[in-house]
Design a binder for this molecule. Structure first.
Ligand SMILES: Cc1ncc(C[n+]2csc(CCOP(=O)(O)OP(=O)(O)O)c2C)c(N)n1
Ligand SMILES: [Mg+2]
Length: 536
């Protein structure tokens, strides 16, 4: 006989997925054993949302769905933030949880919450996995995570059901490719329209994954002389040292690339999703929409031409338009924009403190171009997302649709596992405290991850909001632990840096050693763009 748990594990394996991230409860033992039986590596995280965050980052870097596991009740509730992130960050994640046995719903309440109901609003699908159509359900779930607008799916399976034999006669596994062979659409009208634009731009967003149309995007940009502005999730889609890279927007209401966007007369939106924008979409220019999903939820009213499906064939055709851009546009406009950015002067840091700018510059100078950097959420993210030079696709990871703290370290660990190279997590001290237990996983796996904590003893982004709104600073400052003792407790390397020379030395050494490391950067947040320059 083959059990539900075994079919679940077989189907995951057959889809080419070799790792599941999670933290089990007593109700998961059948599933865990079936995963082991299929040779699937189970990565034991210290908090369930970390598992979902790792599954998300793994999916992004491998191009396959990521799979996470949690128990019923509290485990599923802990995984919720990770799933909400997968939903708003459009990540293809399958979460398997235990769930209460529906036969006992009326007589047993311990740890029972209605998981189908709570996951419903933040998933593309949530189902109870039973011994009927088990294989089809799991295959369908994995496929659904990747189709159209990617997103999470939840499957709950009770401990009883996991051990039951599947009902005979199921169709054989048939892992279909997530990208369908849709007919190439007729883009002639959009092409004519784009050919008339004098100041076109391309805005690339989270929907570039999993198709990865980077090459087609670059070719269109070059043909049209269109500056490419990326959202944070698309950083690296065009190299930041390409003469048409117009930077990143979506982090704050005043991100500098709006200067270029505001002057444009036509936008080609590629895999764009307003979920990433910090302000309402108020650009008046007409849009050519190229994405794996339709312009809806919410609808952008300025879309004039809409192409839903594979993006590469559309971009390839658009690149054939006869362009006639304004001579001051394209590279020239981007070069002028970069000059204005280079002129910004920075305040002096307090004694014994570094500016975050110095920390980032030192890291950028000492790590390879393709090194994956993740950020957590806070002032440090808004700043890093804006200025971190990203040269290759998917080498900058973050939560942006949900903007959830706690993602930085799990994402960097997942990246180090997939790439087998050093990755760097830049986190605030608030976010670091949320995931400190995961340093144990970093040590267990010997992952070459540098966790760099921007120590400002505050939830700086929130403290800044208080100051800007004229409120007293309250509930946003705290005292950090002795990070050296923390690192020692987890048996990982430690560095404390408070000026540039020490910072250079620490980064150099940590990169050369390639071991798990914690770097505490004593920073002055004054130079973050989100931090008011006068602290009352
Ligand atoms: C899970 C979660 N809780 C709360 C918030 C709200 N929030 C956004 S930024 C921030 C401050 C983060 O502090 P820290 O990690 O120290 O980063 P900093 O702003 O100091 O750079 C908070 C509390 C959030 N985004 N996610
Ligand atoms: Mg902080």
């Amino acid at each position: 006989m083959t059990t539900v748990a075994e079919v679940l594990a077989q189907t995951i394996r057959k889809a080419g997925i070799d790792t599941v991230f999670g933290l089990p409860g007593g109700e998961n033992t059948e599933v865990l054993d079936a995963l082991r039986g299929q040779g699937i590596e189970f990565i034991l995280v210290r908090n369930e949302s970390s598992g979902v965050f790792m599954a998300d980052a793994t999916a992004r870097l491998t191009g396959k769905s990521g799979v996470a596991l949690a128990t019923l009740g509290p485990g599923a509730a802990n995984a919720y933030c990770g799933m909400a992130n997968a939903y708003l960050d459009r990540a293809p994640v399958l979460l398997i949880t235990a769930q209460s046995d529906s036969r006992t719903f009326d007589i047993y309440t311990h740890q029972v919450i209605d998981l189908q109901a709570i996951f419903e609003p933040i998933t593309k699908m949530t189902r109870e996995l039973t011994n009927e159509k088990t294989r089809q359900t799991v295959e369908g779930a994995l496929r659904l995570t990747m189709t159209g607008r990617p997103g999470p799916v939840h499957l709950g399976v009770s401990a009883f059901m996991a051990g039951q034999a599947v009902i005979e006669g199921e169709a054989e596994a048939n892992a279909a490719s997530p990208i369908t062979n849709a007919p190439v659409p007729d883009v002639s009208l959009a092409k004519e329209f784009l050919a008339q634009a004098k100041r076109p731009i391309i805005v690339a967003g989270v929907g570039l994954e999993p198709e990865k149309p980077y090459e087609a995007l670059r070719q269109l940009a070059e043909a049209a002389q269109a500056p490419v502005i990326v959202t944070p999730k698309a950083k690296g889609a065009i190299s930041d040292d390409h003469p048409l890279s117009g930077g990143t927007f979506g982090l704050s209401q005043t991100d500098p690339p709006y200067q270029i966007a505001n002057e444009s007369d036509c936008i080609v939106a590629v895999g764009f999703d307003v979920v990433e924008m910090e302000r309402l979409w108020d650009q008046p220019q007409p849009i050519i929409w190229v994405a794996p999903w339709a312009n809806e939820d919410p609808k952008v009213p300025t879309v004039k031409h809409e192409f839903v499906g594979p993006m590469i064939p559309v971009l390839d055709q658009l690149a054939q338009a006869g362009f006639d851009p304004h001579p001051d546009w394209g590279k020239t406009r981007v070069a002028a924009f970069r000059k204005t950015q280079a002129k910004i002067t920075l305040p002096e840091p307090a004694a014994g403190r570094l500016l975050p700018q110095t920390v980032l510059e030192v890291i950028r100078q000492h790590v390879p171009r393709e090194t994956v950097v993740s950020t957590d959420v806070g002032a440090h993210k808004i700043f890093t997302g804006l200025v971190w030079p990203t040269y290759t696709p998917n080498s900058y990871l973050l939560s942006n649709g949900l903007s959830s703290m706690g993602i930085g370290l799990p994402a960097a660990m997942a990246a180090a596992r997939v790439t087998k190279k050093m990755s760097i997590c830049i986190t605030g001290d608030g976010g670091a405290a949320m995931v400190m237990g995961e340093l144990g996983l970093m040590r267990d796996l010997g992952l070459p991850v540098i966790m760099l904590v921007m120590n400002d003893n505050a939830l700086d982004l929130i403290r800044s909001a208080q100051i800007r709104r004229g409120k007293p600073v309250y509930g946003t400052e705290f005292v950090n632990p002795d990070y050296e003792l923390i690192a020692r407790g987890f048996e990982i390397d430690f560095y404390r840096v408070s000026h540039q020379a020490i910072c250079i030395e620490a980064i150099r050494e940590a990169v050369a050693n390639g071991r798990p490391a914690l770097i505490e950067a004593l920073i002055d947040p004054i130079s973050y763009p989100s931090t008011p320059k006068k602290i009352a």
